[in-house]
Design a protein around this ligand. Structure first.
Ligand code: DOR
Length: 437
């Protein structure tokens, strides 16, 4: 007797996309193939495709301290509605997540309120630099996040000695925001006094990103430390990163793959403002080449909600960041439909990739014994993304009005159907992610 049967769909297995049924017992995948027998719940998914649960390894959920724009309940509800089964949350909350106590507090807040599985990054800071190796091993910790350039919040480690100490302390892959703080400060004058948002990629220019990534690669190589470079935005960095695959993994965001300057700034104003910035078409195309060539390991949304009031402030007082966790799957499936990447590569970037680079146990693969996490999609569904659909507290998406082909139809986490047909089901029962070693 199984708990759940998914009958009649196509399934993205490690061996390819095949017609198969799926059976679930006690939260895990029990069988894959032409199946018979009894199950407590049977769902006919004829015409739909089952992907391993999509894991978004870069989201900002703003709790504690900034709940006016998002919290763990609303941010994870947005994830489930968007077909995302697990999220890794960033430490630039208020206070920043830099201690064991702050991590325990986030895990406690998530219990019974998070709709999807989750883990929390600890932020590297001058005060905890020599404890990072201990902190990163705590249960529920996604790893260490380090900001080399200031973005939203106060976390920053740009001093060479501190960076070296941070990289020397610990073994897990460290996630890094690579923008050069000195150059950011030097060029800030460019956007003072009434500059338009289109100046954002001029202030935080390609050199700002390249300088930091170069430095990071040099220091990480010397330290023998694995790193993950978040939201890579330039052609030049992709060239450097292709030479560093032994120790550096790479993320791109759907925003950087979909939007381009100057058009996005003209159309969206400060709503197109994020760090590192959306750049010109030549960079967008270089990111796609890096996806094609395998240089990119992961797609993360960098879900970074800000309220409309905040975004209405004149640039550059307006904060950087866009929502993204709910739109990752439809936006990227639309790229699949357009032939920019295969469905297999999408799975590689959103399930297998996150599990491989961060060492997630039981996730990222449809295989017997793995967690029964599924993102069930309709590859033919034509839908329009709208602000109305967005569950994030701030209530907007940069993709409002975008017509897409490909939509998440159900989100299943450890065998529980959490979302079906744009509706949340049951109660929030997300659990902490488990890591190897
Ligand atoms: O645009 C961004 N917003 N980039 C970041 O690095 C931080 C994020 C936020 O938390 O708002």
């Amino acid at each position: 007797m199984f708990d759940l049967f998914l009958k009649g769909g196509h399934v993205a297995t490690p061996g390819g996309i095949v017609a198969a049924d799926l059976a679930v017992r006690r939260g895990r995948i029990a069988a894959i193939g032409a199946l018979s027998g009894a199950a407590a719940e049977v769902i006919d998914i004829t015409g739909l495709t089952v992907l391993p649960g999509v894991i978004d390894t870069q989201v900002h959920l703003r709790e504690p301290g900034l709940e006016y724009k998002e919290d763990l309940a609303t941010g994870t509800a947005a994830a489930a509605l968007g077909g995302v089964t697990a999220v890794c949350e960033m430490p630039n909350t208020k206070p920043s997540t830099t201690t064991a106590e702050a991590l325990a507090d986030k895990l406690a807040r998530a219990k019974g309120r998070a709709w999807v599985d989750h883990a929390f990054f600890l932020g590297a800071a001058a005060e905890n630099i020599d404890e990072l190796g201990r902190l990163e091993r705590l249960p529920g910790c996604a790893g260490i996040k380090l900001f080399m350039g200031s973005s939203t919040g106060s976390l920053l480690v740009d001093d060479e000695q501190l960076l070296t100490r941070a990289l020397a302390n610990g073994r897990r892959r460290m996630a890094v925001h690579a923008e050069d703080e000195a150059r950011l400060k030097e060029r800030r004058g460019l956007v003072e006094g009434g500059a338009p948002p289109a100046m954002h990629p001029e202030w935080r220019d390609t050199r700002t990103a390249v300088l930091a990534t170069e430095r990071l690669l040099r220091l990480a190589k010397a330290a023998g430390r694995q790193i993950h470079v978040l939201h890579v935005s330039t052609a030049e960095e992709m060239t450097l990163l292709a030479e560093a695959k032994d120790f550096a993994s790479v993320e791109v965001t759907p925003q950087h793959l979909t939007l381009a300057a100057p058009e996005c700034y003209e159309r969206l104003g400060t709503y197109a403002q994020m760090n590192p910035p959306i750049r010109g078409e030549e960079h967008r195309q270089a990111l796609w080449r890096a996806v094609e060539q395998g240089v990119v390991d992961v797609i993360g949304s960098d879900h970074a909600p800000h309220s409309r009031e905040e975004k209405a402030k004149p640039y550059p007082q307006s904060p950087s960041g866009m929502t993204g966790v709910q739109t990752l799957v439809p936006v990227m499936l639309d790229h699949v439909t357009a032939g920019r990447l295969s469905l297999e590569r999408f799975v590689d970037l959103t399930s297998a990739g996150p599990a491989r680079i961060y060492g997630l146990a039981g996730k990222g693969r449809i295989a017997v014994g793995y967690d029964a996490d599924f993102t069930v999609v309709d590859l033919k569904a034509r839908r329009r993304i709208s602000n109305m659909w967005i569950a994030s507290k701030c209530g907007w998406t940069p993709f409002d009005g975008m017509q897409v082909t490909g939509w998440p139809i159900a989100t299943i986490i450890r065998g529980q159907v959490v979302m079906r047909e744009d509706t949340l089901l049951g109660d929030p029962r997300g659990e902490p992610l488990r890591y190897w070693g």
